[in-house]
Design a protein. Sequence first.
Length: 406
Amino acid sequence: MTALSSFGQTFLLALYVPFIMEEFTLSNGLISTFYGVATIVSAAMLPKVGKLIDTVPLKNFTLATTALFVASLLFFSFSQAWWYVPIAFFGLRLAGQGLFSHISITSMSRYFEANRGKAISLASLGHPLGQAILPALILVVIGKIGWRESLWLNAALVSLVVTVFTLFAVKPKHLVPESDEEVDSLTEEKKIDKVRQRDVMRSKEFWLLAPNIFFIPFAITGLFFYQFPIVEFKGWNPGIIAGGLTAFAIASSTSILTAGPLIDKYSARTFFPFYLIPYFIALMVIWLVPNTWAMYVYMVMMGISVGFGNAIVAALQVEFFGKKYIGTVRSLFTSIMVLSSAVGPALFGIILDAGWGFQTVFPVSLVMLLLIIFQSMRSIPKHSRAKWKFKLNRIGKNKDPGQSNR
């Protein structure tokens, strides 16, 4: 489902934009407005719809979401006027980008415990898989049979894979927790009859997580949206983008698989403040280094942060809020992610249109990121801080000048 959510993601929908603009005589400003409004409305709907996964049987919720996704793809393919486009965008963003990813990661969070990190990592692997394979395939299909007909194939693929697997492969015996034992951090959820999203938003854990969850899609979607202007700003050949995206997909996949076992061994809380540091390095490199190799360092470092972040943030939501109402919690954070993916391109576009250029975009992004990294340090458990302090003191004593002279 994470791989098939690509049909509702920006990087694939962008392939259809030139055809839509030509077919209905739409301007860049108008099509981006349609897309932005549809994304914002879907983000507003996600908390209400996404929390139903806590009360509606998983099979029913998955099939209903798939029906909406397929209907949106078909509606898009039968577009006869400009007003079809924002409606189709809304359905694709809600069901595809939002709910398909939400169902996948929420299920891994709920039904796995000792191996939760590994399960989330494997499920998250669908995102870079879709990014690496589907764009090239879609472009070939569009070239062979047309953009409308390619949407029929997309709808058939989503419908066939998810529906058949949900109906015939997922059995009730599979939908049980990995362990019936409750870990200490989750004992409080037994006392809670119902969790409301406004209660989640009042918690300190929410305000610890929210800036991180907002920033990554905000910055990465914004910078991906303007990747050709970035290459032009640096004076590089546009052909370097394809190699950079491949490096991004490889780094993201590798870091996702690495993150899972580390989370299961040490907990997500331990790594939370540090997964954004590679992205900080990435922004510094793309801003300050003029050489073409900077593009690959930028993409690799960004991929490392995205891969680790996907697994760490998903696991941390369970560590903070428990798994009983994880659907309610995750739908709220997913809506923030979807909203930020609409805000990023818009804000960066305003900065560029104002004539400030990437010499302003990159420093602004770096300052925001640095503040988020510092506030994330509050997540580190006190016993971990004490252990690190003890080890540092021991290192300091071992380097005592008197001892070294002897």
